[in-house]
Write a protein that binds this ligand. Structure first.
Ligand SMILES: Cc1cc2nc3c(=O)[nH]c(=O)nc-3n(C[C@H](O)[C@H](O)[C@H](O)COP(=O)(O)OP(=O)(O)OC[C@H]3O[C@@H](n4cnc5c(N)ncnc54)[C@H](O)[C@@H]3O)c2cc1C
Length: 299
């Protein structure tokens, strides 16, 4: 199957920058990646107070300064039902009509945060009932770390899809077979929504180990050995990470994946290089940031 077809969707995930310098750098990253004309960009949600605000501020800043479709993440943890309803209204008012609906995780230092719903399927149901949003959900080809067993995790995912999801985005993984097997399990239950693989280029091995310990994404032995051989060579790790992610994405697209969701970690270069390696088209020179007025939509 050709790598690029108009039907595929490529999206980029960002997190809200935490400092003023980070915000300035972030604006440039967004402008550089905007030239690839992604289907949408998403902004993560932190359950703690400041990061929750950061998600809205970052999403609305991208809406204000670019023509990109923005998909904020929303989680059950860190908000009350009323706060989620109000947040959806605010997003509608600035022209945002897509969200990623998540359960989220309880931050270690803030165990007593409100929890609007127990699981993401209830949040999906709530957003669906409120109307007007395209809803993405998360899934885990190597299974969610808290799942009692793989088939229970798939059943829970299927429940979430049936609650009204339009698309799923996977946790990152480095073994494509896990994704293909997961799709088989999901298809066997009659589910055929797009399941877009999440791609996390391993450009910093120590960081990847930290993330993977937390989220359960396996780093295969051959990859660990190759990265460990570059323990003192951060540029070498980056080059290898980009090369391996390119090959991984190429295989996923050739096997028919509906697109790729790039976990950018707020960096432009790895995504741009993988994009070029894959021969995907660059559509425009980076546009300067400019204010924009979006249509207001009724809530
Ligand atoms: C694409 C993507 C984006 C993400 N973005 C963010 C983000 O912005 N902010 C953030 O904090 N985290 C984010 N995460 C991480 C996510 O919040 C965590 O993985 C979290 O632990 C699970 O969220 P979920 O929506 O998948 O939960 P759920 O679908 O609710 O699943 C959570 C666990 O509960 C089980 N479960 C589900 N429903 C039931 C049920 N009814 N009964 C019993 N068990 C059930 C599932 O099997 C799973 O083990 C993201 C993950 C992905 C893949």
């Amino acid at each position: 199957m050709p790598i690029h077809t108009p039907k595929r969707g490529f999206s980029f995930e960002f997190f809200p920058p935490k400092t003023e310098a980070g915000r300035r750098r972030f604006g440039k990253v967004v402008q550089r990646l905007a030239q690839l004309a992604p289907s949408f960009v998403s902004v993560t949600f932190g359950a703690g107070g400041s990061t929750r605000e950061g998600s809205y501020q970052t999403a609305s800043e991208i809406v204000r300064t670019t023509d990109l479709d923005v998909t904020p993440h929303l989680s059950c943890i860190g908000s009350t039902v009323e706060q989620i309803a109000a947040q959806l209204d605010t997003y509608r008012a600035i022209g945002v009509d897509r969200v990623v609906a998540l359960r989220g995780d309880v931050p270690e230092d803030e165990p007593d945060l409100p929890r609007a719903f127990a699981y993401a399927n209830e949040l999906v149901e709530f957003i669906k009932a409120s109307g007007g949003f395209h809803i993405s959900v998360a899934c885990y080809p190597e299974y969610h770390p808290e799942a009692s067993d793989p088939s229970a995790d798939v059943d829970n995912f299927v429940r979430k899809v049936r609650a009204g999801a339009d698309e799923a985005i996977t946790q990152y993984f480095y073994t494509n077979d896990a994704y293909y097997r997961f799709l088989d399990q999901v298809h066997a239950q009659g589910i055929d929504l797009p399941v877009v693989p999440g791609l996390m280029p391993m450009t910093d091995y120590q960081q990847a180990q930290r993330f993977s310990r937390f989220c359960g994404a396996d780093i295969p032995r051959w990859m660990r050995l190759r990265m460990e051989a570059l323990a003192e060579d951060s540029d070498g790790q980056k080059e290898l990470g980009i090369e391996l992610a390119t090959r991984q994405a190429e295989d996923l697209l050739r096997q028919g994946a509906p697109g790729i969701h790039f976990y950018t970690l707020n960096r432009a270069e790895p995504t741009l290089r993988i994009w070029d390696n894959l021969g995907l088209p660059r559509v425009a020179a980076p546009a300067p940031a400019r204010p924009r007025q979006r249509d207001l939509r009724p809530s």
